[in-house]
Design a protein around this ligand. Sequence first.
Ligand code: AR6
Length: 186
Amino acid sequence: MSTPTDRLLVNRTVLELHQGDITRLAVDAVVNAANSGLLGGGGVDGAIHRAGGPAVMAECRRIGGCPTGQAVVTTGGNLPARYVIHAVGPIWRGGEHGEPDLLRSAYLNSLRRAEELGLRTVAFPSISTGAYGYPIRLACPIAVAAVIDHVRGGTGLERVIFCLYSAHDYAVYADHFRHLQATAGL
Ligand code: AR6
């Protein structure tokens, strides 16, 4: 039997790929690819606010903002998820302006927020790779490495989902999972 390419096991945590709309996932928290004003917008941010309803935006307004690379928590409102972790990824400006570190920070800080809340399941969209223009082939290994490094440091998380909206983005992640299975023994 071949190894499934949609999951990796790191210690006791499953890293899993999912294709579709993150607002449909019944997880403890979904991560939002927000902007630093927490003002809402298009893409996954728009979808999360539409599905979550006004309680999510009301908390975002109270919080007031979030620097790039950081993450803050609100209620999930009407979403199946209990919480939204709003992470702010970098805008791609060619890759020489600290984008990789800021992207990694956005993932790591989201995971820290999840641990502080004692969560078991969290789902990430592909932060920064839509309107913010970060090439998905460069962003994917950073996202996956951040999660693996975090989990290896000890975690209460049982399942971390990478939720990819398009078949193309899913294929990029599946390729990378295959690569890790072949080279890192995961
Ligand atoms: N579920 C999962 N993924 C989605 C969904 C969805 N419902 N909708 C889009 N995506 P983007 P960014 C994917 O642009 O690049 C916003 O206006 C999408 O295909 O949402 O971090 C914010 O307010 C892409 O792969 O986020 C900010 O101003 C990924 O989510 C800015 O865009 C991220 O694309 C943030 O830009």
